[in-house]
Design a protein around this ligand. Structure first.
Ligand code: KIV
Length: 274
């Protein structure tokens, strides 16, 4: 089963995403930070737009995502929502907007949802389970984020692959199950061996896992849009395929990305390689 042509598609809802997942249709997610790109990505059939706090690095030129504020996330969420027609919109809770506990997380989620987000994403393992439960019980759909969690870059000692040894892999699996049981509907799995990401998906069949540098075994894929369009200068992630190589436009690259996620030809296991 595949999604209807974007021009006629109904708004993508959580229910629709679950149906896609159950039917084995891969979910195509991409970051977006502004109205123009959101519109192009929506028209190309991207299922989910993520207002990622990666905007701190690619839009603001910061060295990491840590300096991004809640007000900045709400601003970019409003921009994306104005350009979007039908994609499901997820906004990142930035650093220090949820770490103090569930009430703080609820206030921050309210700011993003009142800016137009349909779901919030937060980074971290089992310690976030109580917050995930609190938010989901109060009508806030939650996407968790495990593996390389960029807001913890200083604690992790850099942008390193996670879960490489047996203990690390077991910990990721345990945290994923705790978060799924707490109510997370979706989970970004970033920079980990494909076998670990595939195990997380197998452990939690109803959870929609979305991989980035985590191999093919997830329910969907996400990329930072600037990496996908080859606009990033400096070191590109090795898993970021050049979707602009064959076509001449951003629209074409977007359509190729969606098609490659849907038919399973992206990511390339050879480029992933860990
Ligand atoms: O901030 C972001 O763009 C993200 C993606 C890399 C998943 O969290």
């Amino acid at each position: 089963m595949s999604s209807p042509a974007p021009a006629e598609r109904k708004p993508v809802t959580l229910h629709r995403l679950r149906q896609m997942h159950e039917a084995g249709e891969k979910i195509a997610m991409l970051t977006a930070y502004d109205a123009t790109f959101a519109r192009l990505a929506d028209e190309a059939g991207v299922d989910c737009l993520l207002i990622g706090d990666s905007l701190g690095m690619v839009v603001q030129g910061q060295p990491s995502t840590v300096p991004v504020t809640l007000d900045e996330m709400a601003y970019h969420t409003r921009c994306v929502v104005r350009g979007n027609r039908s994609a499901w919109v997820i906004a990142d809770l930035p650093f220090a907007s949820y770490q103090e506990g569930r009430e703080q997380a609820m206030r921050s989620s309210a700011a993003l949802m009142q800016a137009g987000a349909h779901m919030v994403k937060l980074e971290g393992g089992g310690w976030t389970a109580e917050t995930v439960h609190f938010l989901t019980e109060r009508g806030v759909p939650v996407c968790a984020h495990l593996g390389l969690t960029p807001q913890s870059v200083h604690a992790l000692g850099g942008y390193r692959i996670q879960g490489r040894d047996e203990a690390g892999a077991a910990m990721l699996r345990r945290h994923a199950t705790e978060l799924a049981q707490a109510g997370a509907a979706m989970m970004v799995l970033e920079l980990m061996p494909s076998s670990v990401a595939a195990q997380v998906q197998a452990d939690n069949p109803g959870l929609m896992t979305i991989g980035i540098g985590a191999g093919k075994g997830t329910a969907g894929q996400v990329l930072v849009c600037y990496d996908m369009l080859r606009l990033t200068r400096g070191r590109l992630p090795r898993f970021a395929r050049d979707f602009t190589a064959e076509g001449g436009s951003a629209e074409d690259a977007l359509r190729r990305y969606v098609a490659a996620v849907k038919d399973g030809s992206f990511p390339d296991e050879a480029l992933h390689g860990y």
